[in-house]
Design a binder for this molecule. Structure first.
Ligand code: ADQ
Length: 751
């Protein structure tokens, strides 16, 4: 027993002796240990005997509150003294007879179950359990590295179903996703048992997953809840915890002995949970993702829409890991506040309640941080420098000071929410110092960083006055991931030249620490670009295509940024019309540019340059029935983009420098394999390393690019198909989910 805590022992003794006492006990993961499949998880003789004995005690009302179906529960607990709550409250058996709670039409679940079953067939170990009012997808038996892929697909199916059928919801259990009626919750068992047990009842509820939290939350001040910490550590309404079903049984056996008039010494007592944390502080998280912008899990004031699209793939890639580990995502809210105001920070559950395990934490920027950190050091210094545009680099002491200050603010918010052993994954050039500031706060767990943009060569990087300090701080990470082997080599060369570090191809030893460096190229979720479109989307894209008449479509899609090489691309298109006049009237370029950093003068200037080239080309070559270039300065949804990609004869992806370039991968994913278009790709995009079957081109060489475009437009079907098949295989194999898993696996392996 916990002899050191006499007051706990007294507290439990008082509860154990109270009459009437109602016990609400979950089965799987609470009274019965988890098994590989739901079928194998059967209450053994010991558990059955314990429940039956408790139920027979005078003054005790014993209820099993489970997600299992009626018939299953009844088979194990035939005694009418044991009260049963089945399928999370959809049915219950009090004094012998079953009653159904609420009117639930389970018909829509049929199709969902069938779809999930088809999905499960493709994922060894996945199992669909069909009950009267719920469907559960169990993935305990799916190999660890394979779960992410299954879940991305499964969530896609389930979330669509739930959107169409709002009377159902998805609930995350321990390695199971369950779709169930929103009206049915285990909480309904609490007043029921209280009433059955009689006046002045005290209740004891025991459970391990989120469905049990519904029960815990409606308990009264004199009741108690015990959470069983199996694999998840999440926010709980319980005040006590136990480790596993063995401890649950030990406590219940002790309770039974107490009521039987013996005075057994408890083998174990529930341990109190630390309740001192303020209301808005969440318990420690096992995985913290940090990026400049928060993902669009939930709209936050000040969102300008850019964030949603930029991190869409990142969210899908990380969502499974975040959900299964009860993760938190920390980033900038997108809001700026006047510098005189204090910095506001906050934490919410993504769904605004405790039903899901992913939490968001955010920082607002002061105006001076926006100026000096975001526009200044991040986008005015690091972005151009890392993309090897030294002439565009602006540097200031204020920028470097703000860069360090914002890292401190992020760390101040992260530290109280993260256990010192948690895994932290920071993203991109905005957060190069994050490991350093977290280590200063005592963080001991694994920390990784992924750089989404290139890492430049030593001669460029050393233009930065703080180059050595930056690399030194980065070596507080355990793993730094880059898109390409060249970026890895560049980083290693900088560390070797700027620090007294011991550098090999994949490990840098410095200050007694080891940092692993690796090329881990990011991917997309290919399925997202292959779904059949809604009719409204088809109509919108058709309308655009009609304006092109019979002309073949050459498509450019980018954030408006000088690294994307849009002026060069337009100029090469004009050059092609000069060199190969037979294309006039037969091909049109559509350039879609999503507004980005519009308040930065350099970007406004870039926009003006592009518009003037478009004007010149249309003036020079345009005819009454043919517009050579359509320029659209706007963003499109994923479905619209997929349709445009599919309609394009050439995906014209020609950045001057790019970390990876996801548009190239999206274009390939969206093609019709029987009649695919041609990907024309800059040799300076990170994507070129994996996508050698694209038509690779040099965006600095306008005549060459014009010839490559002509060649792409003329390419015969058999060659297009061969190239596309190889490219598609790469895009599907190296996708966003495998990327996230490889990164987290590599990070875990560092320790
Ligand atoms: P970005 O520089 O933003 O990303 P990219 O990889 O091409 O570049 O991703 C752009 C995303 O925005 C794509 O998903 C694309 O669909 C979307 N997008 C572009 N134009 C759009 C429009 N008009 N409407 C809607 N959506 C649009 C940074 C690095 C890249 C790296 C990624 C991921 O600069 O090199 O590939 O991160 O690591």
């Amino acid at each position: 027993m916990d002899g050191s805590n006499g007051s706990s022992a007294q507290h439990w003794l008082t509860l154990a002796r109270h009459t009437p006492l109602g016990i609400l006990c979950d089965l799987d993961g609470t009274l019965v240990p988890f098994a590989r499949t739901p079928e194998e998880a059967r209450p053994d003789a010991g558990a059955l005997e314990l429940v039956n004995t408790l139920a027979a005690l005078p003054g005790v009302t014993m209820a099993i509150v489970s997600g299992r179906p009626k018939s299953w529960l009844e088979a194990f607990f035939p005694s009418p003294h044991v009260f049963l709550v089945a399928e999370h409250g959809a049915a219950r058996r009090g004094m012998g007879a079953w009653e159904n709670i609420g009117k639930i039409d389970p018909a829509p679940l049929e199709e969902l179950a069938a779809r999930l079953e088809r999905l499960a067939e493709r994922h060894p170990g996945a199992l669909v359990e069909r009950k009267q009012t719920t469907v559960a997808l169990h993935y305990r038996q799916v190999q660890r590295g394979m779960r992410g892929e299954l879940l991305v697909e499964a969530y896609g199916i389930i979330d669509k179903f739930v959107a169409k059928n709002p009377s159902f919801e998805r609930l995350e259990g321990v390695l199971v996703a369950e779709i169930r009626p929103t009206s049915v919750k285990k909480s309904s068992a609490v007043p029921w048992v209280r009433e059955l047990a009689g006046a002045n009842t005290r209740l004891l509820a025991l459970g391990d997953d989120v469905t049990d939290e519904h029960m815990f939350r409606v308990l009264g001040a004199n009741d108690e809840a015990i959470v069983v910490r199996t694999t998840e550590r999440r926010r709980t309404a319980a005040r006590w915890e136990l480790d596993d079903s063995n401890e649950v049984r030990a406590v219940l056996r002790w309770l039974q002995g107490v009521r039987a008039g013996q005075t057994p010494l408890p083998v174990v007592l529930p341990r109190p949970l630390n309740r001192r944390a303020p209301e808005n502080v969440t318990p420690s998280r096992d995985l913290l993702v940090v990026s400049n912008r928060l993902p669009e899990f939930r709209p936050i004031d000040g969102d300008d829409g850019e964030r949603r699209r930029n991190v869409g793939g990142l969210v899908s890639a990380l969502e499974p890991a975040l959900r299964s580990r009860g993760g938190m995502w920390l980033g900038w809210s997108g809001k700026t506040v006047s510098s005189s105001e204090p910095v506001t920070t906050g934490v919410v559950n993504e769904a605004g309640d405790t039903s899901s395990s992913v939490q968001l934490a955010w920082v607002d920027y002061t105006e001076s941080w926006y100026q000096d950190y975001y526009s200044g050091f991040c986008n005015g210094t690091l972005w151009p420098l890392f993309h090897s545009f030294p002439s565009r680099v602006e540097m200031s002491d204020a920028g470097w000071a703000a860069y360090r200050e914002v890292h401190e603010a992020f760390a101040d918010l992260a530290a109280p929410h993260t256990s010192s052993r948690a895994t932290i994954w920071a993203h991109d050039y905005h957060l190069l110092l994050f490991a350093h500031v977290m280590r200063q706060r005592g963080h001991a767990g694994p920390m990784g960083h992924f750089l989404h943009i290139p890492f430049p060569s030593l001669d460029i990087f050393s233009m930065l006055p703080w180059a050595a300090q930056l690399v030194d701080a980065m070596l507080d990470y355990d793993l730094i991931g880059f898109h390409t082997p060249q970026h890895v080599t560049n980083f290693a060369a900088c560390a070797a030249a700027l620090l007294p570090a011991k550098v090999s191809d994949d490990v840098i030893k410095h200050r007694g620490r080891e940092t692993h460096i690796a090329a881990l190229p990011i991917g997309i979720i290919p399925d997202a670009f292959q779904e059949p479109p809604e009719p409204a989307v088809v109509e919108e894209v058709d309308a655009l295509m009609r304006t092109l008449g019979d002309a073949k479509l050459v498509l450019g899609v980018d954030r408006l940024d000088y690294t994307k090489g849009i002026p060069e691309r337009l100029t090469a298109f004009g050059r092609m019309l000069e060199m190969f006049p037979e294309w006039r009237g037969k091909v049109s370029l559509v350039q879609i540019s999503v507004p980005s950093r519009a308040d930065v003068p350099l970007y406004a200037e870039q926009r003006a340059t592009i518009e003037s080239i478009v004007g010149r080309l249309n003036g020079e070559f345009g005819e009454a029935a043919w517009v050579p270039v359509r320029y659209l300065y706007r963003s499109y949804g994923k479905e619209q983009l997929s349709q445009l990609y599919r309609a394009a004869a050439v995906g014209y992806v020609t950045p001057l420098r790019d970390g990876m370039n996801l548009v190239a991968k999206e274009y390939v994913a969206a093609q019709d394999p029987e009649d695919p278009g041609v990907l024309m790709l800059s040799q300076f995009a990170g994507a070129a390393v994996e996508m050698q079957d694209a038509v690779l081109t040099n965006p600095y060489y306008i005549d060459g690019m014009a010839r490559d475009l002509d060649r792409s437009l003329r390419m015969r079907l058999d060659e297009r198909k061969t190239r596309h098949a190889k490219l598609l295989a790469t895009v599907e194999r190296s996708n966003a989910v495998t990327w996230a898993e490889s990164f987290l696996d590599a990070l875990a392996a560092c320790r």
